[in-house]
Design a protein around this ligand. Structure first.
Ligand code: ZN
Length: 379
């Protein structure tokens, strides 16, 4: 939640040298050391091959000029005031929040949540406090009313569902490019912290103002994207029993320099991540098609597979049965049909077996990995 004026509360500096250590909460130093410890562990695990994903390098030094200011409080008085507009943090004290704290306060009052830690951070000139909370939730019961939905994500439309629904892509970065270009030109004209010859100088107030505006604009882009994705994934997970998505190698596709910006703007990776935990919360199931399942090239009516389908072909035309259907809709229908096939044929166990490539005739289905932790982040 957004905090008003947390930055303004700076305690008077003491005259004697070395006294700054006690001005700050010890958590400010601890969260830095904690991050260092985790970074070293990740580096070591990566080196020894115990860690999946990209290679992690040795931790680099940070500077306050270029990193997000953040600090995590794990002990002491962390409270939410009953007026639902104030938060109490150790050393900082009582601060007013811009956003109401009612969602978390209701859970705390009912005794179904416990605050584990609070993190304050600064993003684009605004201070935020987020709580890591342990929440007791009823184990969701499978409802069996929403049916199966296939989701084909794309750039032209953010998602096309097998139910016929088309979700528009808000393209937040594309929409803001004009303003960003203008601000970046303005910033380059103004007197920044580096002179043209590379020497340091005091940045002008105009430069600082433009930098602030640029930061706010980037933050707005991120917020628009985040909002659209949350609305879509919440709707998908709560109104269907099974959500079928295709396997997307997003980081691989980002290497396409013509499409990278549009793919990153759509936020496919985040969409997939949110579906993973939201289906677990809602009691629905997320099924991911095998990476090599030809969802676009298969005919959703007769099952014939095309050898080639150029990206420019927006309409799928089947030579075998004469079907004409929107390309993305065809893919979404194929994804939805995938689950019906497997459940009817061999029961749900086959679907749940991970890395199910045992039968090469069928597309191997891999259930999505789910977070084992019980705690959720509320913010
Ligand atoms: Zn066909």
């Amino acid at each position: 939640m957004d905090v008003a004026g947390a930055a303004a509360r700076v305690e008077p500096r003491q005259a004697r040298g070395g006294a700054w250590w006690r001005e700050n909460s010890k958590e400010a130093y601890n969260s830095g050391l904690d991050a260092l410890a985790r970074a070293l562990q990740n580096w070591l695990d990566s080196k020894q091959g115990k860690r999946k994903g990209r290679v992690v390098g040795f931790p680099r030094r940070k500077t306050k000029h270029r990193t997000r200011s953040a600090c995590r409080f794990t002990t002491g008085a962390i409270r939410i005031e009953p007026d639902r507009h104030h938060v109490v943090l150790p050393r900082i004290g009582r601060i007013r929040t811009h956003e109401s704290t009612r969602k978390l306060a209701r859970r705390l009052e009912a005794g179904t949540a416990r605050i584990l830690s609070a993190t304050i951070s600064c993003t684009a000139d605004r201070w935020y406090v987020s709580f890591a909370v342990e929440v007791q939730c009823r184990s969701p019961e499978p409802r069996g009313v929403g049916g199966v939905v296939g989701v084909d994500v794309g750039i032209r439309h953010l998602a096309v569902l097998s139910t016929g629904q088309v979700v528009a892509n808000p393209r937040p970065l594309d929409q803001t490019q004009r303003r960003l270009r203008r601000l970046q030109r303005q910033l380059a004209r103004r007197c920044g912290p580096r002179a043209p010859d590379g020497t340091r100088r005091t940045p002008s107030n105009g430069w600082k103002q433009t930098r602030r505006r640029l930061g706010r604009t980037h933050a707005r882009v991120a917020n628009l994207r985040c909002d659209g994705l949350h609305k879509l994934t919440s709707d998908l997970a709560s109104s269907h029993d099974v959500v079928v998505v295709e396997h997307l190698n997003v980081s691989g596709m980002l290497r396409n320099r013509r499409l990278a910006r549009h793919i990153a703007d759509a936020g496919w990776g985040e969409l997939r991540r949110q579906l993973g935990y939201k289906t677990a919360w809602a009691g629905s199931r997320l099924v991911q098609a095998d990476a090599f399942y030809p969802s676009s090239k298969t005919c959703s009516a007769c099952g014939a597979v095309k050898a080639k389908l150029p990206l420019s072909a927006r309409v799928f035309h089947c030579e075998a049965c004469g079907l004409r259907i929107d390309r993305d809709m065809n893919a979404a229908c194929n994804l939805a049909a995938l689950v019906k096939d497997v459940v009817a044929g061999s029961g749900p166990e086959t679907v749940n077996a991970r890395g199910g490539d045992a039968r090469p005739g069928l597309a191997g289905l891999t259930p999505a990995k789910r977070e084992p932790r019980a705690s959720r982040m509320l913010g």
